[in-house]
Design a protein around this ligand. Sequence first.
Ligand code: CMX
Length: 130
Amino acid sequence: MKIDHIGIATKSIEEGLALWQDALGLKPDSSEEVTEQGVKVCMLPVGDTHVELLEPLSPESAVGKFLAKRGPGIHHIAVEVADIHGSLAELKKRGARLIDETPRVGAGGSLIAFVHPSSTNGVLLELVQH
Ligand code: CMX
């Protein structure tokens, strides 16, 4: 397991890049719209992990609602797992509140699933299997 990426909610990717790219010198290695999740994402490698800048496609999207309620900030932490179905089954067995009972396809075509912050110490958790 490793931290796959840290998702940061921004009003615009451009605004995020002013810090992470222009000031800190990181170079994006991919960007795409994940319409199913209602976001535009931009991935910047940092050592062995990535910062994922998130821009909402609409105010009703998960990131749009987060921004309206809390403003820009850390939106989720994504952990890479080898067997996402097995990890979800284990979490469920232990009482975690799964947002996704079965994985969906996320950025880069990876399998992803979210666990509700009410059962993860207030931090929205994403599991990723590449
Ligand atoms: N981190 C921590 N807490 C969060 C949160 C987040 N990202 N988003 C919402 N919350 C909090 C809310 O503030 C609320 O807290 P209070 O009860 O104290 O007010 C609580 O969680 C419950 O919120 P809710 O009413 O159940 O649900 P929301 O409509 O706010 O939705 C969530 C929250 C996590 C269920 C929803 O955002 C979701 O399904 N997320 C998964 C998908 C996603 O986030 N996609 C975008 C990223 C996609 C990508 O990276 O590819």
